[in-house]
Design a protein around this ligand. Sequence first.
Ligand code: GDP
Ligand code: MG
Length: 300
Amino acid sequence: MTQAGYIAIVGRPNVGKSTLINHILGQKIAITSRKPQTTRHALMGIFTEEDKQIVFIDTPGIHSDGKKAINRHMNRAAWQSMDYVDAVVQVSEVGQWTDDDQRVADGVAKLSMPKIHVLNKIDKIHDKSVLFAELEQRNALTDWHAIVPVSATHSRNTDELLKVLYQLLPEQAWIFPEDQITTAGMRFMASETIREKLFRYLHQEIPYELGVIIEKYEEKKGVVHIDATIMVERDSQKGIVIGKGGKTLKAVGQAAREDLERMLEQKVMLRNFVKVKENWRDNNAIINSMGLGSGTEEEK
Ligand code: GDP
Ligand code: MG
């Protein structure tokens, strides 16, 4: 039986989340590098080794400044949307424990799934007693399943972290089938990029009611062909997305294409279609085809 699960990675900016995930994933799959505010979940990457698969998830709202009302709201939504993950990993760094770290830890403590704390950047410490003091402080925060000291940049103890994560993966079929692994991350990145541009060009006129499905993602002769369907809930919204004489949709498509070309370092042919589909957010098949898998916030 295979093991597979979602693992959320949380932590304030700069503690080394991306570095750690990059290190674990190696060159196995590309990951999303840009995290628009509009994203509730960003796939950081899919790690598959032998019979085990980990889908690393980032929940951007969690890292934002809790002082602003809009961020507080996003924060709440972000934490609520975490309940489908199999484990949550908080990353922090040695020698620094800020209010933002504490805020993340407070949120993590309220979650019911297994929690792991990763104390990163241990290469910076030479005095063992300092390390022990830090570990003790993290230990007191909540009932961690494990606390794992690592150095992401120096590849220290990251194998141990994987071992711990493996213990927490449920026995089940893979979330992303083998033949999809290579494009799943790319598809997700493409849909998020288009979503980001839509939000920018629509000036939040119809937030949260847009969905982007990647219908086709194909590489032919060095060119990536992407067909995307933008889903809206009402006819009036379709008009807004398309804009006068197709102006808005064109601008969105061009900006998204430019970003994708930069990220993929390849030429991209992007076609966008707009469809009205009432209550698309309640439709599991659509949610799954967006690469979000089962049990996302929209589904509940
Ligand atoms: P994120 O904002 O949490 O994703 O953090 P990043 O992965 O972007 O890392 C922030 C900074 O910390 C970068 O300059 C990294 O090179 C550095 N960094 C990450 N991991 C380590 C580590 O294990 N040791 C040291 N010394 N620096 C690290
Ligand atoms: Mg990062």
